[in-house]
Write a protein that binds this ligand. Structure first.
Ligand code: AMP
Length: 299
């Protein structure tokens, strides 16, 4: 089954203590779509400007990503720039140029409206809601977000969260949303906002799922060297949704393994700038790393 992914399609300029790379293919939807594409068909919804390089379109195509929902508008592509500190855990946004995102109004092609799995990757919650209202009875809807929307669009975000099956956020966002220092108390509060499944990402410490079947502690793959963690969160949720859409039977039977696959794809993402490493891996390499992670976490 296919997964529909809406989010940002961007040009990212990324600076780390070791290197600087301008105008790479980035955006939450790009990272999530490439990650999901290793597992099954992906339908992308996004917007780019006239400056969006043709080679990036070809890259989506090489991954079999359906682009009927990718609009090209007059103007500039969303451009984001960030800089990492020495330990690579702290990131500073240097620049956000909205470009064509300012006027973006995602209208879904008819073939997209019945996609069973929907990933509302990080983008303004009003746009995530707008996409959701065009869907016909999706089976499983997940949304990701970022601190910016908690600060500037909390009312929209809460409206969205009410309608989700699963909400994915990181630990500092969970704290910001609930005022709770304890993650497990925060999880309880987030469930009360609507979603049956809540996933809290903890970067290199893995992630936690709270679901009707209880808690799951999902490990992160231990990397010796992180080149650029941009998009790791998007790759995690993209990989998770790609795997879930391809699996048969109830989500509850597969969600733990789906998260672990997400974790593995995210680890590859961190090993290169932007999408440079993720776009060069194979399903076999993903499966190999998953087995390794299984061995490491078993007791
Ligand atoms: P992550 O590292 O998982 O937080 O995701 C980084 C990606 O988010 C980058 O590729 C950016 O293009 C994208 N991004 C940054 N700021 C925004 C924003 N305000 N809205 C949507 N996407 C964004």
């Amino acid at each position: 089954m296919s997964v529909l992914i809406v989010g940002s399609t961007a040009l990212d300029s990324i600076k780390t203590p070791k290197a600087e790379n301008p105008r790479l293919l980035g955006g939450s939807a790009s990272h999530a779509a490439v990650a999901a594409s290793f597992f099954g068909p992906v339908k992308l919804v996004g917007v780019v400007g006239e400056d969006f390089p043709k080679r990036y379109i070809q890259l989506y195509q090489r991954h079999g990503i359906e682009l009927e929902g990718l609009q090209r508008l007059p103007g500039k592509t969303f451009h984001w720039s960030g800089e990492y500190e020495l330990n690579m855990n702290n990131r500073r946004t240097l620049l956000t140029e909205l470009g064509v995102f300012e006027t973006f109004n995602p209208t879904l092609p008819a073939a997209y409206q019945s996609a069973p799995f929907v990933l509302l990757a990080n983008i303004a919650p009003a746009l995530q809601l707008h996409v959701l209202t065009q869907m016909r009875r999706p089976r499983f809807v997940v949304a990701d977000t970022m601190d910016l929307w908690l600060n500037v669009a909390l009312a929209d975000l809460l409206k969205l969260v009410k309608r989700l099956d699963a909400f994915v956020l990181n630990d500092s966002e969970a704290h910001q949303l609930t005022g709770e220092d304890n993650l497990f108390s925060a999880l309880k509060q987030i469930h009360r906002l609507g979603p049956k499944y809540v996933v809290i990402k903890q970067g290199s410490h893995g992630s936690i799922l709270s679901s009707p079947r209880g808690l799951f502690l999902c490990p992160a793959y231990p990397l010796k060297k992180v080149v650029d963690p941009t998009g790791a969160g998007d790759s995690f949720v993209g990989g998770m949704m790609g795997y879930l859409a391809a699996a048969k039977g109830p989500v509850d039977n597969h969600i733990r393994r789906a998260m672990t696959y997400g974790s593995v794809v995210a680890s590859f993402c961190c090993e290169g700038f932007g999408l440079q490493r993720t776009t060069r891996i194979t399903r076999k390499q993903i499966d190999g790393r998953l087995k390794e992670l299984e061995r490491l976490a078993r007791f």
